[in-house]
Design a protein around this ligand. Structure first.
Ligand code: CAA
Length: 377
């Protein structure tokens, strides 16, 4: 019997990030909606919402993030054998978002190209599939391009409105130059209607309190699985950072405290863990707002930036419906270069801030037409 060849060393070889060109401070929205600004800034922990101008959306975000990731990768683009886009901002019920991206990047031929949907968990699933494709041996020497991209918009006056945002993170999955991803991970799923968007509707429907409970339960269960029979303080203490999906920063704090309570930690222990390992990963998220599938990976990218090789972090992915998974990553030799930090800092510096009047006009100008339809004739 032939021996299977050893799987190639696999992980994140490069990262590219793109954030939209507009933003609005949440205080401005509070004024428009007659809310106390502190409800948004303290109660939810939000700071700014990324916004997309007319004609700019998930395809542009995904394309540019991918270009940036590919430009930093040492490999030849002809080695890309898989293109997977995780998103809940699909522009078509049938044609995958990856087809728009592939078109713009000139990727065609022996490439498996598809879209992955599972609310905010879709990007993580795409990344896991790319990792497992490489580890299975099916990829041979080929690499994957994985993109998590979303535009998170709620109906005007919806309680979720201050948590809006948008963004994309792209990874080339190849040699683990930036980070290795452990093949072992800890999934948890339950069928729930916590947050969903019926076919044909532009905005999500949310059972807010249920969604908070589902998120916290998924965090508790997956962290329990990670710690297993070990000592929680010791296992989690070995992490340099614990990154979470960030629907809004206060959600993450609530989940961390729920995890700590499940381990019997004191209020002080919870506060210390949150301050040291979690809060520092959400600086970019606070500037960006919720970017659904990209949200966790924006936090991971911030935590990895500048990290010495060998340092470890955890990544908790949550997608409504619901599915969750806790991953562990180890920084590779090129994490310290933090090349993708320029993407975020450059995009943030170039952003134009809109006021309440401009925001109202922007919402009025939302288009429902599909992106990139083929030219007539
Ligand atoms: N000063 C300070 N804090 C204030 C305040 C004030 N003046 N007024 C209110 N607050 C606090 C409240 O006490 C509350 O804090 P606690 O939860 O710690 O008690 C917080 O502000 C929010 O207030 P409400 O609960 O009244 O807010 P709300 O009901 O209007 O909306 C929400 C909250 C339901 C989370 C809403 O933002 C929402 O629907 N968000 C979208 C759903 C979501 O993000 N769910 C998270 C899990 S699902 C997921 O993760 C997938 C995803 O990406 C969406």
């Amino acid at each position: 019997m032939a021996h299977p060849t050893a799987p190639p060393p696999t992980g994140i070889a490069s990262i590219g990030i793109h954030l939209p060109p507009l933003a609005m401070p949440v205080e401005e929205l509070a004024g428009l909606r007659g809310e106390e600004p502190a409800k948004y800034t303290v109660g939810l922990g939000c700071r700014e919402m990324s916004l997309c101008p007319p004609g700019f959306g998930v395809v542009e975000l995904a394309e540019e993030a991918a270009r940036r990731a590919l430009a930093r990768w040492d490999g030849d683009p002809s080695r890309i054998g898989l293109l997977a886009v995780g998103s809940e901002s699909a522009v078509d019920m049938s044609r995958p978002l990856s087809a728009w991206v592939a078109d713009r990047l000139g990727l065609a031929g022996a490439v498996r190209s598809y879209e992955v949907k599972h609310a905010c968990y879709g990007g993580t699933l795409a990344l896991r599939q790319a990792l497992e494709w490489r580890l299975s041996g099916a990829a041979g020497d080929r690499a994957a391009l994985v993109i998590a991209a979303d535009v998170a918009l709620y109906a005007e006056r919806d309680p979720g409105e201050p948590t809006q945002g948008a963004g994309a993170v792209a990874f080339v999955v190849d040699a683990p130059d930036v980070a290795a991803i452990s093949p072992l991970s800890h999934p948890w799923s339950e069928p729930q209607f916590d947050f969903w968007r019926p076919v044909g509707e532009a905005f999500p429907r949310v059972q807010g309190p249920l969604s908070l409970e589902c998120y916290k339960r998924a965090a508790v269960e997956t962290f329990r699985a990670l710690v297993a029979d070990g000592d929680a303080a010791e296992v989690l203490g070995r992490l340099d950072a614990a990154c979470f999906h960030v629907p809004f920063p206060k959600m993450v704090k609530k989940a961390v405290y729920a995890v700590g309570e499940a381990f019997g930690w004191s209020e002080e222990d919870n506060a210390a863990f949150y301050a040291a390992k979690v809060e520092p990963t959400m600086g970019w998220n606070r500037r960006c707002g919720n970017a659904y599938t990209a949200s966790l990976w924006i936090a991971v990218a911030e935590a990895l930036a500048g990290l010495d090789a060998g340092r470890r972090l955890a990544a908790f992915s949550y997608g409504s419906g619901f599915g969750a998974e806790l991953l562990t990553l180890t920084a590779g030799p090129r994490a310290a270069e933090a090349a993708w930090r320029d993407d975020v800092e450059g995009d943030l510096a170039r952003r134009e801030h809109v006021d309440a009047a401009a925001y109202t006009r922007l919402r009025g100008a939302e288009k429902t037409t599909a992106a990139g339809e083929p030219a007539a004739g």
